[in-house]
Design a protein around this ligand. Structure first.
Ligand code: PHE
Length: 343
């Protein structure tokens, strides 16, 4: 009897160690203490068959063992319940309803954004994109654009020289030459890119950006220039714009015109307006009919072809669009400035 009880005790201890859940503990209780078929219960029932003088001591031993088993079951049950709760708390620390770690999304730089908008308007009118080198030779930056050696636009004040014969391009107009050298009309081209001038204050940066554009074919007139540029300005300033073409001069266009838009800030002539300084107009781009001298440089027949060209400053357009008064904000990369533009 003692041996049987010892064996059962060992069995229970072993099974309790291996079990993994309160349900397993319950099964062990049924197997040993269950009213029907429980192994200890069966032994207790068997007491009746023992001789009367052995019954008291055997009964006492059995009850002691049953008490032990009950304690073992309770202890293991409590342990497993604690583990389960611990697991649940661990789960709470991973609350899936909490907002996750936010991935910071980058933004398009306002200059890239405005450049893309400009490109979109022109590609919508059938223009293609072309690019040229930032380090340009004298011929493409000046000579072929009808800016001879002694022209004031070559002033050392404005141009960064890389070597005797190479400069950081002072405008995107050399792309006109590079495209026309290799292709024949009809052409509708825009050329965005960085340009460089020796100038640095609130409205001038030594590096800034232009978008050049030109169109060459038979029978291109100043009317085409006006139509294309007016449409462009209405698109880029969302219809809310007055446009004025004012006679001007560029060596590579004849006739030339600067294009002004009505001042959006004062809407009228206000002397105090810090944007237009009371004139009511803002210069926005340079343009004109491509000078026949330029066509001569690229070998186009000036009796057959005509065209117009224009160039605009991206920073200037962005500053007017966003109401900015300091160009340096574009290049300081202050996150507080850049965050103001939607992703
Ligand atoms: N290249 C001129 C500038 O930088 C702009 C321009 C381009 C004017 C094309 C007329 C035609 O100021």
């Amino acid at each position: 009897m003692i041996e049987i009880l010892e064996k059962l005790h060992e069995e229970v201890t072993g099974r309790l160690e291996r079990c993994g859940s309160p349900q397993d503990v319950e099964q062990i209780r049924v197997d040993y203490l269950g009213r029907k078929g429980g192994k200890l219960t069966a032994l207790l029932r068997g007491l009746r068959e023992l001789p009367a003088e052995e019954r008291p001591s055997a009964g006492a031993e059995l009850n002691r063992r049953r008490g032990e088993v009950e304690t073992l079951l309770e202890t293991r049950l409590a342990e497993l319940r604690r583990q389960q709760e611990g697991a649940r708390e661990g789960g709470a620390r991973l609350d899936v309803t909490l907002p996750g770690n936010r991935l910071e999304r980058g933004r398009i730089h306002p200059l890239t954004r405005v450049t893309d908008e400009i490109i979109d308007v022109f590609t919508g009118m059938g223009f293609e994109i072309a690019r040229g080198p930032d380090v340009e030779d004298d011929y493409h930056n000046f000579e072929a654009l009808n800016i001879p050696r002694d022209h004031p636009a070559r002033d050392m004040q404005d141009t960064f020289f890389v070597s005797e014969n190479h400069v950081l391009r002072t405008h995107t107009s050399p792309v006109q030459i590079r495209v026309m050298e290799t292709r024949r009309p009809p052409l509708r081209i825009i050329a965005p890119g960085a340009v460089y001038r020796h100038d640095d204050d609130a409205t001038h940066s030594p590096v800034f950006h232009q978008v050049e554009g030109f169109m060459v074919d038979r029978n291109i007139t100043f009317g085409d220039l006006k139509g294309v540029l007016t449409h462009f300005l209405e698109e880029i300033f969302e219809g809310d714009v007055r446009v004025r073409f004012r006679p001007s001069f560029f060596p590579f266009t004849e006739p030339s015109a600067e294009v002004d838009i009505g001042c959006n800030l004062c809407r009228d002539v206000e002397d105090s307006c810090r944007v237009c300084r009371g004139s009511g107009w803002l210069e926005i781009l340079g343009s004109g009919m491509i000078d026949p001298n330029v066509f001569d440089f690229v070998g186009y027949d000036t009796e057959v072809y005509s065209g117009f060209a224009f160039g605009m400053g991206v920073e200037r357009i962005a500053m007017l669009k966003y109401g900015m008064d300091d160009i340096r904000l574009f290049f300081q990369n202050d996150i507080r400035f850049l965050r103001q533009f939607p992703p």
